[in-house]
Design a protein around this ligand. Structure first.
Ligand code: FES
Ligand code: FES
Length: 153
């Protein structure tokens, strides 16, 4: 049996092989469906979650690799959608179809932990997630708004 800590809660996983991708544990076993599936090979970023605050791709992370580390999904980023990134995303009306946006926000939130004043170049190099709807300019603007709010605290 494997146990994992997700959004501050410990879950015991029965009959889940250690090589199961974390993405499917989150979605199918824990019902945390905010995290999405796209490419399955760490190339689109849509499945991004945090492992001890660092952005990882859950499609290529085996649940057995997680150990005692703490996982955060979009459901745990804040209790009520009040994380600066979530607020900025609403303010700027970032999503179009919306499918990629959870991954974009999780990537942005992780980046802002280590860089609270990102330049366009920082954003372009660190947020490599794919958006088929081309919302990149609004993503950039929202990240800058979130950074401002985080600096003012
Ligand atoms: S589904 Fe994980 S990076 Fe694309
Ligand atoms: S908003 Fe549609 S893929 Fe990004």
């Amino acid at each position: 049996m494997t146990s994992i800590n997700v959004n501050g809660k410990t879950y015991e996983l029965k009959d889940v092989p250690d090589d199961t991708p974390l993405l499917w544990v989150l979605r199918d076993h824990l019902g945390l469906t905010g995290t999405k599936y796209g490419c399955g090979v760490a190339e689109c970023g849509v499945c991004t979650v945090h492992l001890d605050g660092v952005a990882i791709q859950s499609c290529v992370t085996e649940v057995g690799e997680v150990g005692d580390s703490k996982i955060t999904t979009i459901e745990g980023l804040s209790e009520d959608g009040s994380h600066p990134v979530q607020k900025a995303w609403r303010e700027h009306g970032v999503p179009q179809c919306g499918y990629c946006q959870v991954g974009q926000m999780m990537m942005a939130a992780a980046m802002l932990r280590s860089n609270d004043n990102p330049s366009d170049d920082d954003i372009d190099s660190e947020i490599w997630n794919i958006c088929r709807c081309g919302t990149y300019p609004r993503i950039r603007a929202a990240i800058k708004s979130a950074a401002k709010e985080m600096q003012s605290k």
